[in-house]
Design a protein around this ligand. Structure first.
Ligand code: RUB
Length: 338
């Protein structure tokens, strides 16, 4: 928080457009707020607003209430690591806090810091990522990643003549958002169904996607279908770049934890009325998949571009998690001093 802005000013500033924790959680769950970066910023904003509005008698009560709010937010969608990482960063405001007001100020300040640095990261990655796009390139992207699109739009803005293939992204059609953005940026775009990637891969020079999580061994978790795109690109010797902020790297994979893949409701894939007539059919609807490091040529972050095999360096040196934090991570039972 800017030193000149005190909590009273914050109260005034946010009373008009505050979104409550349950409201934010519902919007993340039903995907009104979606995409790993936006989800993380929305969660940080909801915690900030909650911290500002809470009336509590002492620090343990304040902490308990904030933990409850954090748990509600973290439970909304299990795959995007940006969400628990953002909550972890904000809740670290309780570390060493002695009073309610002290903790409130630190929590609000950390939330504001996270939101701003997330936006800065998206902008910086666009600059770095655009350097990997050459004049005349045709780029394929899958799903709707503001970071991946940022790189493509920046390349176009800097005068490179580029063309894009964008996939449909069944079942939620995030490709529709992508083609709207590309169209509005004035970028020549081809819209294809997901299963047409192999038919067009030889027309493509570069694949750029975003990430929901990056594991310590450099595997990337992203929208379902990303690993098929990566496999196809590898076979066709087309480079694959992942554009991602460092807070999507998953610290707990260092101690062997796996990223949970969200499986969403069957009616996103098959209308309920039809499903009812097919008693022997089970619809499976995983929302994400895992692309192994060997299918990825480069991961572009705001800290610079790295080969996927260097993911540990980002977690250890840049994200700055200590081994104690890997073990503790975001533990709701962890109480602050005081
Ligand atoms: C979104 C998705 C995006 C990443 C990165 O899935 O897989 O590629 O979240 O997005 P969903 P961003 O639509 O299910 O949330 O770069 O915007 O953080």
């Amino acid at each position: 928080m800017h030193p000149a802005i005190n909590l009273c000013t914050f109260l005034l500033m946010y009373s008009m457009n505050q979104m409550s924790v349950p409201e934010t959680a519902e919007k993340i769950k039903n995907m009104e707020i979606r995409g790993a970066g936006r989800i993380a910023r929305a969660a940080a904003g909801a915690l900030r607003d909650h911290a500002i509005s809470l009336k509590v008698k002492d620090l343990p009560a304040f902490h308990a209430e904030m933990v409850r709010a954090s748990e509600i937010l973290v439970a909304t969608r299990p795959t995007a690591v940006s969400l628990p990482n953002a909550v972890h960063i904000v809740m670290a405001g309780f570390d060493g806090a002695k009073t309610v007001e002290g903790a409130r100020e630190k929590v609000v300040g950390r939330a504001e810091w996270f939101i701003q640095s997330s936006k800065n990261a998206v902008e910086n990655i666009a600059q770095f990522g655009a350097r990997h796009i050459r004049d005349g390139d045709t780029i394929l992207t899958h799903c709707n990643s503001e970071v991946a699109l940022g790189c493509i739009i920046e390349a176009h803005r800097s005068g490179k003549d580029i063309e894009v293939f964008a996939t449909e992204v069944r079942p939620r059609n995030q490709g529709h958002i992508t083609i709207r953005t590309l169209n509005d940026a004035g970028i020549r775009t081809n819209f294809i169904v997901d299963s047409a990637v192999r038919s067009f891969i030889n027309d493509v020079d570069l694949v750029i996607v975003g990430a929901d999580a990056v594991t310590v061994n450099g595997a990337v978790v992203n929208k379902i279908g990303t690993s098929q795109v990566a496999h196809t690109a590898k076979e066709a010797r087309v480079n694959m770049i992942v554009a991602t902020e460092t807070y999507k790297f998953a610290p707990r994979t260092v101690i062997g934890e796996l990223i949970r893949i969200e499986e969403r409701l069957p009616d996103e894939v098959l209308p309920e009325a039809m499903a009812k007539t097919l008693p022997n059919v089970t619809v499976r609807n995983p929302a994400f998949d895992v692309t192994p490091a060997e299918y990825i040529d480069l991961i572009v972050t705001e800290a610079g571009a790295i080969p996927p095999q260097m993911a540990y360096v980002i977690i250890r040196e840049y994200l700055g998690w200590s081994i104690e934090e890997f073990q503790k991570s975001y533990e709701p039972s962890h109480h602050p001093e005081g």
